[in-house]
Design a protein around this ligand. Structure first.
Ligand SMILES: [Zn+2]
Length: 120
């Protein structure tokens, strides 16, 4: 694994940690789990992100929490069908029904924080 690839995961993990920490009120219960959704087009490897998260969370309120990563597949909007189409992979952005290529990506390219699991 190259440093560049790892750096990508580390900067994403740091962004997740700082976003969650900034959003926590001072008297918040302990965070057990952070759930995120990562598009397959980001190129981020979930296993590497989990390792990077453990590093980024050190000495923060998230130190003992786990990162749960959900993968978001690619969805393109096909102008020919005028419909959103779910793609099986990332190799080419073509409509699986009519074969038209589309760069109008509707899902699979972003990262979002879905929810937190808090201790009660
Ligand atoms: Zn189509």
């Amino acid at each position: 694994m190259g440093m560049a690839a790892y750096g990508n995961e580390l900067s994403t993990a740091q962004a997740i940690v700082s976003t969650v920490v900034d959003a926590l009120p001072p008297d918040a219960p302990k965070v057990l789990e952070v759930r995120v959704r990562i598009g397959v087009l980001t190129g981020i490897v979930p296993e590497a992100l989990v390792r990077a998260y453990d590093l980024a969370a050190r000495e923060t309120p998230l130190a003992d929490s786990a990162l749960h990563v959900e993968r978001a597949p690619v969805v393109i909007h096909c102008p020919q069908c005028d419909a959103d189409r779910l793609l099986a992979g990332t190799a080419d952005l073509c409509c699986p029904v009519c074969g038209t290529r589309s760069d109008d990506v509707r899902d699979g390219k972003d990262m979002e924080i879905l929810s937190l699991v808090l201790d009660d």
